[in-house]
Design a protein around this ligand. Structure first.
Ligand code: ME8
Length: 521
């Protein structure tokens, strides 16, 4: 049976349309999911929307709507965005669905029964924007105001009856788990931050219910209490698999998750609250929580509430989904922050995609149309240059795998583009146009065969990252859909393009942009 791989994105708040920062997480998760599928894993890729909580309730009120009236069109917009970006998710969970709500209530009931959730009184602070509780000790005090240490907005003082989750009972076990499993929190800097800033100073039990909120999941025993939105939201990773439902088969198959991909803003929720909730439920912990960095604008972090966002649909409409996917995955070292600028975007589109990749594809296929009647020619004897190209091609698979093992997506793409350069260099050096002029037919056929075979490697290597481009390349060299020749392991053999198959140049994959004519963001 194939090994399973369960990967998740955060479930996004449908409080506003998503921006390229949110799209970044989902694109990265999609590339990893596609990559693992290509490797033969039985992948389950989950995304969705986090539809409860104070922030959403307030936003809806401000628009004169009920939460659901407000949310519906945004959720539809988000699903359309994922379609436009070719996100290959297996399930989309909405926390307002009965399957989720029922399971969350069962989870709460179990924890109440076990005594890991108990009734008490909460005295402290709450940031509605971040949906986060803070203690007197954690809030930032400035000019007589109490501010959220994460977003800097004023926090609310809260004093009310509340249910609590016993974080204190599990904190030592969690610290041990993190110390013994270096891959549990990645990158390493985030792991140290969690240990030093939150866990080692000591936790307090977490308030997990509110009586001043009605847009959420009521406690089964005491419905005036509504579940804290983060408890509700985190549970999505197991409720979507059917945990505590009539059909837990997906849960049994895929849990524990292999990778929760999140932005660094919510690593704390995923590496403290979530594992403790799982421990309380006697469930195994996810293998890795990876906290990636920010997509910044030159003016700072992009965020829905600041309004300084770039609408990914605008970019897709203008440049195509693969250009957006490529830019985000290649430009930002995975795990670190990166700044989105129009200049750097156009540089990648024009430089890497139009000049290097697009040009390689069109010139190779144009040569095949011109000198080989649009067919894969029969190669003749090989020379040193051909052997070198073949060596480079055969090294590509392992290079990508090494980078992907560390979730270094930007490096994996850099390796593919390096190979594109190699094939371009090969064409320059073996100069098929000169061979044609000089009538060296056999040598010409060998060179064209090798360059076309190079395209096959490029096409396969791009499948996880740029699915449309990969499809186009593989279609144009007549192997699309032929898993023997385009599966991941087809990169272990060089020279399997079917001789005589029809190839075609087609339209440019990435038209060059005139920088002066492009819009500013
Ligand atoms: O936090 N750069 O939802 P959310 C990179 N509902 N990534 C960014 C980003 C930026 N500028 N801005 C946002 C929530 N993100 C909760 C999650 S999960 C159980 C509940 C990405 O809509 C990043 O992945 O605020 C971040 O963690 C997520 O969007 C937050 O999305």
């Amino acid at each position: 049976m194939a090994r399973t791989f369960y990967i998740t994105t955060p479930i996004y708040y449908p409080s506003a349309k998503l921006h390229i920062g949110n799209a970044y997480t989902t694109i990265a998760a999609d590339a990893i999911a596609r990559y693992k599928r290509l490797l033969g894993y039985d992948v389950f890729f989950l995304t969705g929307t986090d539809e409860h909580g104070k922030k959403l309730q307030r936003t809806a009120e401000r628009h004169g709507k009920t939460p659901l009236e407000y949310i519906e069109p945004i959720v539809a917009w988000i699903q359309d965005l994922w379609e436009k970006l070719d996100i290959s998710y297996d399930d989309f969970i909405r926390t307002t669905e009965p399957r989720h709500k029922e399971a969350v209530q069962k989870i709460i009931a179990r924890l109440l029964e076990k005594g890991d959730i108990y009734l008490g009184r909460y005295e402290g602070y709450y940031c509605v924007e971040c949906e986060a509780y803070w203690t007197e000790f954690q809030v930032v005090k400035k000019d007589g105001q109490y501010l959220c240490p994460d977003c800097g907005r004023p926090v609310q003082k809260i004093s009310q009856e509340s249910y609590f989750l016993r974080l204190t009972k599990y904190q030592d076990r969690l610290i041990r788990h993190i110390e013994e499993h270096p891959e549990f929190i990645l990158p390493e800097a985030r792991r140290n931050e969690m240990l030093n800033n939150f866990l080692r100073p000591g936790l307090e039990d977490l308030s997990v219910s509110r009586i001043d909120l009605d847009w959420g999941i009521p406690f089964p025993n005491d419905p005036k209490h509504v579940a804290y939105v983060w408890i509700d939201a985190l549970a999505n990773y197991i409720t979507a698999l059917g945990y505590m439902s009539d059909d837990p088969s997906r849960f049994e198959r895929y849990w524990p998750a292999d990778l929760h991909l999140v932005g660094k803003d919510i690593v704390r929720f995923h590496t403290i609250y979530w594992p403790i909730l799982l421990m309380a439920l006697d469930l195994p912990l996810p293998k890795t929580v990876f906290g990636h960095g920010w997509v910044l604008t030159p003016q700072g972090k992009m965020s829905k509430s600041k309004g300084n966002v770039i609408d990914p649909k605008d970019l897709i409409a203008r440049y195509g989904s693969d250009a957006v996917r490529y830019y985000l995955l290649r430009e930002i070292p995975f795990g670190q922050d990166g700044v989105f600028t129009v200049d750097s975007f156009l540089e990648r589109v024009n430089g890497d995609l139009a000049n290097d990749l697009g040009n390689l594809v069109s010139r190779t296929l144009a040569l095949a149309e011109q000198f080989a009647e649009g067919r894969v020619p029969e190669p003749g004897p090989t020379e040193a240059q051909d052997a070198e190209l073949r060596r480079r091609a055969l090294a590509l698979k392992e290079e990508i795998e090494t980078h992907m093992d560390h979730y270094a997506l930007h490096m994996a793409l850099a390796a593919v583009l390096e190979f594109v350069h190699d094939v371009n260099r090969y064409l320059e050096e073996s100069a098929p146009w000169t061979l044609a002029r000089e009538g060296k037919e056999r040598r010409l056929a060998t060179v064209l065969y090798h360059a076309l075979e190079g395209l096959r490697f490029v096409g396969i290597a791009l499948r996880p990252f740029l699915p449309r481009t990969a499809e186009q390349i593989l279609r144009r060299i007549a192997v699309y859909g032929d898993e023997e020749r385009t599966g991941w392991s087809a990169m272990t053999t060089f020279g399997v393009l079917p001789v005589g198959a029809t190839v075609f140049k087609g339209d440019p994959l990435f038209p060059r942009r005139n920088v002066a004519e492009e819009v500013a963001y």
